[in-house]
Design a protein around this ligand. Sequence first.
Ligand code: NAP
Length: 529
Amino acid sequence: MMIICGHHQKVDYQENGEGAYDLAFLPRGKRMAGTGSFSEILDGENNVYKYYSEGEWRKSVSGKSVAIVNPTTRKTQYKVQACSQAEVNKVMEAAKIAQKAWAKTPLWKRAELLHKAAAILKEHKHPIAECLVKEIAKPAKDSVTEVVRSGDLISYCAEEGVRILGQGTFLVSDSFPGNERTKYCLASKVPLGVVLAIPPFNYPVNLAVSKIAPALIAGNSIVLKPPTQGAVSCLHMVHCFHLAGFPKSLINCVTGKGSEIGDFLTMHPGVNCISFTGGDTGISISKKAGMIPLQMELGGKDACIVLEDADLDLAAANIVKGGLSYSGQRCTAVKIVLVMESVADALMEKVNAKVAKLTVGPPEEDCDITPVVSESSANFIEGLVMDAKEKGATFCQTYKREGNLIWPLLLDNVRADMRIAWEEPFGPVLPVIRIGSVEEGINHCNASNFGLQGCVFTKDINKAMIISDAMETGTVQINSAPARGPDHFPFQGLKDSGIGSQGITNSINMMVKVKSTVINLPTASYTMG
Ligand code: NAP
């Protein structure tokens, strides 16, 4: 494979018998997944990671495993258990019982355990980051950042939960016409029960804890189904919760392919809430799931509208970072640029100059552009590129692919009849449409079936506000690329981009229900000051 990233250093590391790996990015002594504190999560005999049920790491009776292919080497990197339906049933039953006791555990105690898990997670950032590099080809530094950010999310969630769950509402009855003050209503927030958490491959640790931490602080138990690519990172993260000393069966993690155990999990009668992040799978889950609260974070086609008065250097920097970080495999990546014709040439010159500086190669070397998650994903991206080529898009760079590695590519003069104008490539390919008016840009944005985020670049705050009002998306960023986070900001998608709102506070509130107790008094009660 040709690599234009820096020096590709091989480090011979034999301790776990896995042979030579490029681990130069990991400090010595902090290297290996599945060793040291993590050795009990690996069935060393068969080299298969175990699943987590009833507070223990177990081998599946199915005797089957699922292979996780390293996107860079395209060889099997890890294996996880293919859990059986009977094992899922057992987990659900145990999670239900554990939740009842957890609901009685004081809030401060729940928070204390979460803080402990956050600290353990951060302490083990290197072996977990190693898994992210090997399973999803995330650049090494970003992998470490994902783990640290996840620890911070857990801690913030613990603190927010203590504050907001400690407060209920007290209502008096005579504020409604015709009523005496004979009724007092005490409304409090109580847990939902068992929360099924299904994160996607691109942020397997962060998007798992963004479901686990709110669920736990709110008094729920968790069944986690990690993505296949990212499962081993998730298992290591779950072990940090295990080491923190949470009660057994409160947190569980079953592994297996979504296409095989997904329906069984999402339609399971023991599930009281589903928190899902991913693609169109979420739409079919929402049709199959029963009468339970759903939190769905799905795909996006985030538009970046660039007006004539925009700071073009700022816009170019954000388009490149927002569109191509982690090779475009982010839900909130800039997925279409809508630029006013009069500044399009100037903008594209700046964008292309920045693209030329991006490094392309393996995640271990922290390259900007790394292989996309799978061969099927690379094939899908290539299909979008070829469709645009046939229909006459301007290629700003030469299209180049080796295995799952796709070189960054800007497609200029894209038109509405091209698939790339509407579909989410989830790769380092960014389409640009030149627009004659702001309305044209807004119309394109609103004609999308997605509505996650959007952004606008202008120096005129009034224009920015008018565009923000007009864009049918969950969030509009003014003068910055779309992004999820900071993690306490509300985060939501409209249309096919999701159901409900995330962000720490909103997620905690979503994972509780309101319970009212009404005290009926024989005579009206007034406090006379
Ligand atoms: P995906 O294919 O939809 O998979 C997401 C999760 O669903 C994985 O854990 C997957 O497991 C599981 N799954 C698959 N089939 C299932 C079924 N029938 N029932 C239950 N679960 C099932 O998405 P992805 O490729 O991992 O992630 C990329 C997508 O996620 C993109 O569309 C992106 O925009 C979106 N995303 C959205 C957000 C957001 O916040 N809005 C954030 C990140 C990503 P397996 O891996 O085992 O198949």
